[in-house]
Design a protein around this ligand. Structure first.
Ligand code: MG
Length: 250
């Protein structure tokens, strides 16, 4: 069975590991019937960066990392020109897809991922690309915020909203819970599985998009007194270890 695992709120909270999660992954990986896939809406980091972060938490990802930047790159055909707003993870994913990365607005597509150096000039190029050159507007993800080393930070959704406002166009969104990321996972790993996460509005909806079961863990943003939630989870557990223990033998 495929296990599609969310990272923050499942494997760790900020920099704090969630007790038992690394052991739970090891238990799953010991059964050759399982494929464990780590799915993150983070676009700034490369899959290797994410694997290294997992390794620092005692988890061997076995190279099975899927990022929203990779999902966004599936929307680009080889040879297309792209104005990227983003960091190393996005540039590498677009490069691997055969995109031609450009600095100016005469492009086929603008792809917006998390950019900590986001500024007015980038917004201007993106706006001109979409309005004056008919470029497609693509977002890696639209998460409003993300949890970092010192609490909450504005997420890529805030950057995308700025460009959507300027252009009057809605971006096509690639990451969780949207179809491009689901298509990428299904094409690599197959159609059946279980999606584990701490947010019904991303992980739960993503399970629906994937056609997977949804397992909600209460080790992240959702607490027991937030229940019931939509979509209704197939399984609820305190954390990943409890979930894996409860489902062991299935
Ligand atoms: Mg999460």
């Amino acid at each position: 069975m495929n296990w599609v695992i969310d990272l923050d709120g499942v494997m760790w909270r900020g920099h704090q590991p969630i007790l038992g999660s690394a052991e739970a992954i090891a238990v799953l990986q010991r059964d050759p019937a399982n494929t464990v896939i780590f799915a993150t809406n983070s676009s700034a980091r490369t899959p290797d960066d994410v694997s290294a972060q997992l390794a620092a938490h005692g988890v061997d990802s076995l190279g099975q990392v899927v990022t929203s930047a990779q999902a966004a790159a599936t929307l680009i055909k080889p040879g297309e020109t792209v104005y990227p707003i983003g960091q190393k993870g996005l540039r590498q994913a677009l490069d691997n897809a055969g995109a031609q990365l450009m600095e100016g607005p005469e492009v086929d597509a603008v792809v917006v991922g998390m950019a900590q150096d986001f500024n007015y000039e980038m917004m201007t190029v993106a706006t001109k690309a979409v309005i004056e050159h008919g470029a497609r507007l693509i977002a890696t993800n639209t998460d409003a915020t993300y949890p970092g080393a010192e609490g909450i930070y504005p997420g890529n959704g805030a950057l995308v909203a700025a460009i959507e406002t300027a252009t009057g166009q809605r971006a096509q969104v690639a990451g969780k819970p949207h179809a491009p990321m689901a298509e990428l996972i299904r094409s690599r790993y197959g159609a059946t599985g279980i999606c584990v996460g701490d947010r019904p509005d991303t992980d739960g909806l993503f399970a629906l998009t994937l056609g997977h079961a949804f397992a909600l863990v209460l080790s992240g943003v959702t607490q027991h007194n937030d229940l019931p939630v939509h979509p209704n989870p197939d399984h609820v557990a305190a954390d990943l270890w409890s979930l894996v223990t409860a489902l062991a033998g299935n």
